[in-house]
Structure formats: structure tokens, C-alpha cells
Design a protein around this ligand. Structure first.
Ligand SMILES: Cc1cc2nc3c(=O)[nH]c(=O)nc-3n(C[C@H](O)[C@H](O)[C@H](O)COP(=O)(O)OP(=O)(O)OC[C@H]3O[C@@H](n4cnc5c(N)ncnc54)[C@H](O)[C@@H]3O)c2cc1C
Length: 365
């Protein structure tokens, strides 16, 4: 079973030892050489820039590893779209999802008891490790939305809740991409495709059909039983401090756990857990536990559960934080490290990538 370290030294060593040479050829296979760095990128322990710089320092050149760098850029792209659109990404963004009549989650999938064994194995893996391969995420999302005719939002929340790399931009917008809300084209894969990339040999499943037939499916008996999940989260039972020793405060949160950020600054280091954020974007106790273990890489971190206003009232000096679409803070905002500094609305990733690639090439010269 895949395990994910929470030690910063080991995370940096994973970055410095990752070799993307076979990435383009193998990335779609469940046993392909993907990096498994997303839990650290999503929690802000490292950034897409950290990963890219390590590769360049080790002598890789952009053209040889373009596919991998492009995937790093997908992460930054979704973030930029979240920053641009804000809470609008919680609804169908560009096109209304077509032909859905179910809400909630298919019960058999939540239980890992559907008729496709690879899906049951994936659900078990999600529950035990908090990670899924990208292709499996796409297969599950397309089965739920485009075959089972569910709206994407609740299933996306369910996946985010269970993923240790949960990133609402990558998550919600990938679900929307699959469900045809970004470019009106729905993603569909059949059993032959799944068998090829998962190394399985399942036949006579609900996906074992030619594409022209699959695209006409409007419902699926085994997905008809839907559940409304109650996604409960909990923060550690620990009292907030009554006062802070130092004047200034650096805010860490679910999206910023970078041990290098303002490392030399003399300030209180506060891990701010805002209940209103977790009410809206709940995470499972297992995911919370992983996040809190990662937070141990920041020395003398003080846990604070409450709103930003409550923290502000306690802090005597200045407040510093890193930009993130969920932050409703005031103070000194630092930018998020990323591959390239590109802002704005990009209707397609490839328009964004073109500019990003150009900027990366210019850096070299
Ligand atoms: C339905 C669905 C839900 C998803 N939810 C999330 C999520 O909550 N959090 C998350 O980080 N990613 C999400 N992804 C994107 C992608 O599946 C994961 O980033 C990737 O599988 C992480 O594994 P890896 O680190 O081995 O990736 P690699 O293939 O090694 O890629 C390197 C890094 O690039 C980024 N990346 C790669 N592919 C994508 C992608 N398609 N979109 C955005 N970034 C990418 C990640 O930061 C990743 O760590 C989702 C995709 C789908 C289809």
C-alpha cells in the first residue's frame, strides 16, 4: 500500500529524486511513473516551482520533460481560475451540466460495492491512503456524472473530503471538465480503456460497450440508489492561547504549510483553522490528521481555531499571509510561488500554457 511521508526532509528528497523520464509514456497507467507529490503541493509544503527548479538544477531540459511540467502548470492554471472566479467555481462555470437527474452520491460507490472491481479497489485505496491516480479520478467522475447522470458538485465534495491532496480548484474544475461544464464536451471512457490502463480484464460491465452506445446512456440501475452524505470534519480539541508572546503573526492554514516561508522572521507562527472554511469545504478526520502531521514541520506552530477576526484581536502587531482564494484576511499578502506569474481568465489551459512555456524559456536565456 502506498504511504505518504509527512517529514519535510523526506518530502524534499522525494522531489530531488523524482525522475520524469518515462512520465509522458506511462502517466496514464495506474502503475506509471507519476510523482505522487500532490499531497505536498496542495498543502503548500512545496510548490510547483520547487519541483520545477529541482528538475532544472539536475540538468533536465524543459523540452524533454514538457508533459510533466505541463501537468504542474495544470495545477497553477486551476488555481488561477479559482483566484479569478472565486466562489463561482462552485457552480457550473461555463456550460450548464446536461442531462443529469441525480444529486448526492451513488450508494454502491461510496460503499465500494459496484460491479466494476477496479472501482471497488480504488475506493478502498482512497479510504486507506487518501490518494487516487489521475486516470482513476477521471474514470470515477465520468461514471458518476456522465453514465450515472449525477450532478458533479456533491461527488466532488465527497472526493475532496477523502483526498489528502484535496485542492478545491483542481478538484471542482476537473469534475466540471469531465461533466462538460467547461467546454461542453463530456469525457467518457469505456471498459477497454480502463482494462488497458489499469491492467484489468473485466468484461460485460456497464462500461463494456462501444463509445457511440455509451454516450447515449442516461441512467444506470446500480447507481440509482443515491445517498446524501454528511461530511463531518473535526479540529483537534485544543484551547486557543490567551495571549501571544511576540507581536507579529504569520498565518499558516490548510493551503499554506511551507516551512521555508519567511523562515527567518521573528513572529508568532499561527496555524489558523477557520470552522467556516471547513463547513464549506469539509475534510475527513483522516485527512485532517495528515494535514496536522505535515504542520509539525513548522517549528513552534501555534494552533488557533476560530475566525480571522478573533485572531486579529489577539495579535498585537502585523499580520502576514500567503495569497489564496479562500483567505478573507487583511495584512501583508505574499504571492503564492508558482511556475509563472500569469494572471487573468484563460478559457483554455493551452492558452495559459503557451504563455507559461514562453516565460520558462525566457528564464533560461
Ligand atoms: C475528478 C478529479 C479530481 C481531482 N482532484 C484533485 C485534487 O483535489 N487535488 C489535486 O492536487 N489534484 C486533483 N486532480 C488532479 C490530478 O488527478 C492530481 O493532481 C494527480 O493525480 C496527483 O498525482 P501526482 O502527484 O502523482 O501527479 P503527477 O502526474 O506526478 O503530476 C505532478 C503534479 O502536477 C499537478 N497535476 C498533475 N495532473 C494534474 C491535473 N490534471 N490537474 C491539476 N494538477 C495536476 C499535481 O500538483 C501533481 O502533483 C483531480 C483530477 C480529477 C480528474
Amino acid at each position: 500500500m502506498k504511504t505518504f511521508t509527512t517529514s519535510y526532509e523526506r518530502i524534499l528528497s522525494l522531489v530531488d529524486n523524482y525522475k520524469p523520464d518515462l512520465y509522458a509514456k506511462t502517466r496514464n497507467f495506474l502503475d506509471g511513473t507519476v510523482s505522487c507529490l500532490s499531497p505536498y503541493i496542495s498543502r503548500g509544503v512545496i510548490s510547483t516551482r520547487t519541483v520545477y527548479d529541482s528538475l532544472i538544477k539536475r540538468g533536465y531540459n524543459l523540452e524533454k520533460i514538457e508533459k510533466f511540467v505541463q501537468e504542474l502548470a495544470w495545477r497553477d492554471y486551476w488555481q488561477s481560475q479559482w483566484k479569478f472566479y472565486g466562489i463561482k467555481i462552485n457552480k457550473d462555470l461555463r456550460h450548464t451540466q446536461q442531462a443529469f437527474h441525480n444529486h448526492g452520491m451513488p450508494h454502491c460507490l461510496v460503499k465500494g460495492q459496484c460491479s466494476i472491481q477496479m472501482f471497488n479497489t480504488a475506493i478502498k485505496q482512497l479510504n486507506s491512503t487518501g490518494y487516487l491516480h489521475n486516470h482513476m479520478r477521471m474514470y470515477l467522475a465520468m461514471s458518476i456524472c456522465n453514465i450515472g447522470s449525477y450532478h458533479w458538485h456533491k461527488p466532488a465534495q465527497w472526493m475532496y473530503y477523502n483526498l489528502i491532496d484535496g485542492d478545491w480548484a483542481s478538484n471542482a474544475l476537473s469534475w466540471q471538465w469531465v461533466a462538460g461544464c467547461l467546454n461542453s464536451k463530456k469525457y467518457i471512457a469505456n471498459q477497454e480503456n480502463i482494462n488497458k490502463y489499469c491492467g484489468s480484464s473485466e468484461v460485460r460491465t456497464f462500461l463494456d460497450k462501444p463509445y457511440d452506445q455509451l454516450s447515449k446512456v442516461q441512467s444506470l440501475d446500480e447507481f440509482d440508489n443515491s445517498v446524501e452524505l454528511e461530511l463531518k470534519w473535526r479540529v483537534p480539541q485544543q484551547a486557543n492561547p490567551n495571549e501571544l508572546v511576540l507581536d507579529d503573526c504569520l498565518i499558516y492554514n490548510y493551503y499554506n504549510l511551507d516551512p521555508q516561508w519567511r523562515k527567518e522572521q521573528l513572529a508568532n507562527r499561527i496555524l489558523l483553522l477557520e470552522p467556516q472554511i471547513f463547513d464549506q469545504y469539509p475534510i475527513s478526520p483522516r485527512v485532517m490528521d495528515f494535514f496536522l502531521k505535515l504542520s509539525k514541520n513548522i517549528p513552534n506552530l501555534i494552533l488557533f481555531t476560530g475566525s480571522f477576526a478573533e485572531l486579529r484581536a489577539l495579535c498585537r502587531g502585523k499580520i502576514f499571509y500567503r495569497q489564496h482564494p479562500l483567505n478573507q484576511y487583511s495584512g501583508t499578502e505574499d504571492s503564492q510561488p508558482k511556475l509563472c506569474n500569469i494572471q487573468g481568465d484563460f478559457s483554455s489551459f493551452f492558452k495559459y500554457w503557451k504563455l507559461c512555456k514562453k516565460a520558462l524559456i525566457n528564464e533560461r536565456n
